[in-house]
Design a protein around this ligand. Structure first.
Ligand code: COA
Length: 329
């Protein structure tokens, strides 16, 4: 790393669609209750994109806010990495669509799929582009229209998810602040715990796949829960250990926002006081790849994360994938 500059998060942004879907609304759609949803997940309401408002439309306003926050012009962006499991189309990449809607004339574009861990994966890719020196301004964006792949007849999944988007601008640091370390992991053996069966080459779209409701996400919630706690705790411990830190050195933990019980179990396992843990899922639901971006933007803008804080981001998702990042804010 001699001579190389650290990568810093120059600015953050997020966007949530206007429509609110409450647990009471869900009570009218499936056999569930506000009480059950709050007790099992901590979620009270989530945002839903409007009809015709697609994933790129969610990403664009989030990017505008992040560019302004960073004080960076659209022309300066030389790479756009977009992370989503709900792309506008299978191809071209949604990053190219966002580029065309925003006008980012000098940006190379690609999509990255690590499901809910997409934020940490894309920051890791982006920061190495910056640290390598060839890229000066990398935009990383997470946007999801999960309502488009949610089975609104499946009470076990439809109560958990929401739509939204977040973004950040990465660039070289002026001082020693910035992204210190990121650990990433995956295990494809657990792919069938959370997946969407049709729409790819395994099950191309057909009458049968539509009739079989195969274009919606499927989940074994209890299994995902178990792996989530174990792998997120392990990720945090790896990052702490290889940087010679203990959990007491951490000012703020920003976890993936899937379920309050997962977050509490994680906090207990790694022994971090809950006051240091950022939570917004009560009004957001799980926004997959967008969730950590939005959480980071809200933690940043609300003052929950302050300059000089030592922050850990941690997440998990379909794949299964997981990871943790250490940032000197
Ligand atoms: N309303 C009311 N009852 C529901 C329900 C709903 N929305 N969804 C499921 N149930 C029922 C089940 O049918 C089951 O009934 P049964 O005991 O009669 O069979 C009962 O509630 C318990 O279901 P179970 O799945 O064991 O509950 P749980 O305590 O594991 O909670 C989740 C379910 C999905 C909330 C929880 O497993 C979870 O959050 N898992 C992780 C999911 C996740 O985060 N995924 C995203 C990864 S990024």
């Amino acid at each position: 790393m001699a001579g190389r500059k650290k990568c810093v998060i120059m600015g953050t942004g997020s966007y949530l669609p206007e429509k609110v879907l409450t647990n009471f609304d869900l009570e009218k759609m499936v056999d569930t209750s506000d009480e059950w949803i709050v007790a099992r997940s901590g979620i009270r309401e989530r945002r839903l994109a409007a009809d015709g408002q697609i994933t790129s439309d969610l990403g664009v306003p989030a990017v505008r806010v992040a560019l302004e926050d960073a004080g960076v012009a659209a022309e300066e962006i030389d790479m756009l990495i977009m992370t989503t499991i709900t792309p506008d189309m299978i191809f071209p990449s949604t990053s190219c669509v966002v580029q065309s809607k925003l006008g980012l004339p000098n940006a190379a574009c690609c999509d990255l799929n690590a499901a809910c861990t997409g934020c940490i994966y894309s920051i890791e890719m982006g920061r190495h582009l910056i640290e390598g020196g060839n890229y000066k301004r990398v935009l990383v964006v997470g946007a999801e229209k999960l309502s488009a792949i949610t089975d609104w007849e499946d009470r076990a999944t439809c109560v958990l998810f929401g739509d939204g988007a977040g973004a950040m601008v990465l660039g070289p640091a002026d001082d020693d602040k910035g992204i210190v370390d990121i650990y990433l992991g995956a295990n494809g053996e657990w792919g069938d715990l959370l997946f969407m069966p049709a729409g790819g080459t395994l099950n191309p779209a057909s009458h049968e796949t539509v009739d079989g409701r195969m274009h919606y996400m499927k989940m074994l919630g209890r299994e995902v829960f178990k792996h989530a706690v174990i792998e997120m705790a392990r990720s945090v411990e790896i990052v702490l250990e290889r940087n010679g830190l203990t959990i007491d050195d951490i000012d703020c933990l920003i976890p993936h926002q899937a379920n309050i019980r997962i977050i509490k179990a994680l906090a207990k396992k790694i022994r971090i006081p809950v006051e240091k843990v950022f939570v917004n899922l009560e009004t957001r639901g799980n926004m997959s790849a967008a969730a950590l971006f939005v959480a980071l933007d809200e933690a940043n803008k609300s003052g929950f994360v302050k300059k000089g804080d030592r922050v850990i981001l941690v997440g998990f998702g379909a794949g299964l994938t997981w990871g943790a990042g250490l940032i000197d804010w």
